[in-house]
Design a protein around this ligand. Structure first.
Ligand code: ADP
Ligand code: MG
Length: 625
């Protein structure tokens, strides 16, 4: 039999390749926008008609192409962006495959006009189904304009496969947003059937997000910034109360490229885990900058997936950065008289969150000077103790200070390392200038809530929940360090359990001991408790331990918490001071101080509020002042 294998003509090969690269109008939009960015443009316009089926035009003011390059750009594997395989590991451009234009030209009628800055005339090329119809000099401005007409005109099966105009337009807008968002320094505009859809002047990342998603986003964003050797993170997450019921705006950009990563998404979700329920999703806009040699973006033709060399560290850094950001910002709900039983952030606090509170540091302060501390504070809390009233005052002050300029400068503030941020929190009240909290009015109502006055209104603290939060953080720390402080009991207590419970206790014995319990098994179901965590009162040991087990089992079946988290939550619940207990002034002060020394004072681990802020202005309004 004679030879039957032949090389495919370029036009056919290109059409086949196009099937992979250009699946729908939005894919062509993405390729053209990215080419414009790679060409160094600082002004890019996208014009579409009939959802890109009739026309996709991208106009840029980038470097343009020479006459020869203009022609070559439509060849397959023709690229100016890499020269050899090694360049793949040091990519600074969006493109590198040299496939997009060849693919587009194989399945559409394309008009290219391009001119380099120093030339009088540019070049115009008409190409249709990979066939050059015309190439001639033309007069045009510096930069490049690609018009893609009648996409898939010669691939009817593909054209018929396209979805409705509204669906295809939605895909195009999505691509446009992804590209525009991460290039805030470039001016972008978009027109659909002659109507302006976006007009985004160059600005900061925050301004771009607000430009893309609307003014109301300005108040929703909490800045995230972290600078490590492995990765630099910059961006925003939404405040927990603006979380969505469906996956909303969730954007990761790695080296200015939009990527999808369920792994990193998990890190974000995890950072929010105490603030959101399982069916709530935070919005996020996070830019990661990583040494290009430490990632591989070459694994998917449409390039939205990515491989990291050091995936686990990046996960941990993302999670920590977001936890820090959320903890640092005042995320406390405010009582809103208009909408009963819903919690909103007051405007004053919203604005205040734009700027990190400035905190006065008293260099002469000795955190272990017991005269000046509420005696019940643990060492850790002594180190971290903050003057929460001063913090609130600063919030108020910041509200007044904030102007447009601080808003736009925000992104240029140097980022602080995790250590720096902790360093900042090792602060103390300046006792000479500030009143001690204990001298302030603290009122306990219904043996349940503690009211205290702020300049801007009141705080209402739920005593049981506040204490639960305090204990929870202590216990988590003890479990992390595996050395909870234990106090030995004068009279060890004997507790009996069911065989099932005894089994559980043995299973998590190490963790229980890390919390500070000291116990031995006597027989199969009896335990002798000879030491308890230093945080607990040496009374009611038996019910506390029994409650702990009850709570642990309940959480295990209902909440799918891991053992460590579950133990901390359960013991905090069972050992916390309960509603109904009358507290002395000193106890209340101690509790509030401890609460504000927490990383996340405003909610319980399950997201329920511990504190509500009542705004004086709202109250005045209620009285018709
Ligand atoms: P890639 O972007 O992977 O290099 P493309 O097929 O998208 O491949 O583009 C081929 C080449 O055409 C690019 O490498 C670049 O040199 C040139 N080019 C494409 N678009 C533009 C543009 N808007 N301005 C200047 N040059 C461009
Ligand atoms: Mg390209």
């Amino acid at each position: 039999m004679s030879d039957i294998i032949q090389l495919l003509p370029d036009a056919v090969a290109n059409q086949i390749a196009a099937g992979e690269v250009i699946q729908r109008p939005a894919s062509a939009v993405k390729e053209l926008l990215e080419n414009a960015i790679d060409a160094g443009a600082d002004n890019i316009s996208l014009i579409i008609k009939d959802a890109g089926k009739a026309l996709i035009q991208v106009i840029d003011n980038g470097q343009g192409m020479s006459e020869t390059d203009a022609r070559l750009s439509f060849e397959r594997h023709a690229t100016s962006k890499i020269r050899c395989a090694a360049d793949l590991f040091n990519l600074n451009t969006k493109g590198f495959r040299g496939e997009a234009l060849a693919s587009i030209a194989a399945i559409a009628q394309v008009e290219l006009k391009t001119k380099q800055e120093n030339l009088d005339l540019g070049t115009q090329i008409l190409i249709e189904g990979s066939e050059v119809k015309e190439q001639e000099p033309c007069s045009c401005t510096k930069g490049t304009s690609f018009s893609i007409k009648n996409l898939f005109y010669n691939v009817p099966a593909r054209r018929n496969f396209l979805k409705s105009n509204s669906v295809e337009t939605k895909h195009i807008i999505e691509e446009f947003q992804r590209v525009a968002m991460v290039h805030a320094n470039i001016t972008f505009s978009m027109y659909n059937n002659g109507n302006e859809v976006f007009n985004l002047p160059a600005g900061s990342f925050r301004q771009r997000i607000v430009g893309v998603f609307g003014e109301k986003y300005n108040q929703r964003l909490v800045p995230v910034a972290e600078n490590t050797d492995i990765v630099v993170i910059e961006g925003f997450v939404s405040k927990p109360e603006f979380a969505k019921k469906t996956r909303g705006e969730q954007y990761f950009f790695v080296n200015d490229r939009f990527i999808k990563s369920s792994y990193l998404n998990h890190a974000v979700q995890n950072a929010f885990d105490q603030l959101l329920t399982k069916d709530q999703f935070p919005s996020y806009f996070l830019k990661l900058t990583i040494d290009p040699s430490k990632i591989d973006i070459n694994i998917h033709p449409t390039k939205t997936e990515i491989k990291f060399e050091d995936e686990r560290s990046i996960y941990a850094i993302v999670r920590t950065a977001i936890k820090q950001a959320l903890g640092k910002h005042n995320i406390s709900p405010t009582l809103d008289f208009e909408q009963e039983s819903s919690f909103n952030i007051s405007l004053a606090q919203e604005k205040a969150t734009i700027k990190t509170p400035t905190i006065k540091i008293n260099p002469g302060y000795n955190p272990f000077d017991s005269d000046k501390q509420v005696s019940s504070l643990s060492n850790h809390q002594k180190e971290k103790k903050q003057n929460w009233e001063a913090l609130y005052d600063d919030f108020e002050q910041n509200t007044k200070d904030i102007t447009e300029s601080t808003l736009s400068n925000f992104n240029t503030e140097p980022t602080k390392s995790v250590e720096d941020q902790f360093e900042q929190q090792v602060i103390s009240p300046d006792w000479d200038n500030e009143e001690k909290p204990s001298t302030k009015t603290l009122v306990q109502l219904h043996s349940k809530y503690i009211f205290t006055q702020l300049k801007s209104g009141f705080l209402i603290i739920d005593q049981q929940r506040a204490h639960e939060r305090v204990l929870y953080e202590e216990f988590i720390r003890n479990l992390d360090d595996q050395k909870g402080n234990s106090q030995q009991l004068l009279f060890p207590e004997t507790v009996d359990f069911t065989p099932e419970d005894a089994e559980i206790i043995l299973e998590i014995a190490d963790e229980i001991k890390s919390l500070g319990f000291d116990f031995n098994q006597m027989g199969t179901t009896t335990f002798i408790i000879s030491g308890i965590p230093a945080e607990l009162k040496p009374t009611n040991i038996k019910p506390t331990f029994e409650n702990l087990m009850e709570q642990f089992k309940l959480n295990k079946s209902e909440l799918e918490l891991d053992n460590r988290e579950n133990l901390a939550v359960s013991l905090a619940r069972s050992a916390s001071v309960k509603s109904g207990k009358t507290l002395s002034n000193q106890e209340m002060t101690g509790l509030i101080d401890q609460l504000f020394a927490c990383q996340m004072p405003y909610t319980l681990p399950n997201g329920k509020p511990t504190i509500i802020t009542l705004n004086l202005e709202d109250l005045n309004n209620q009285f018709n002042y």
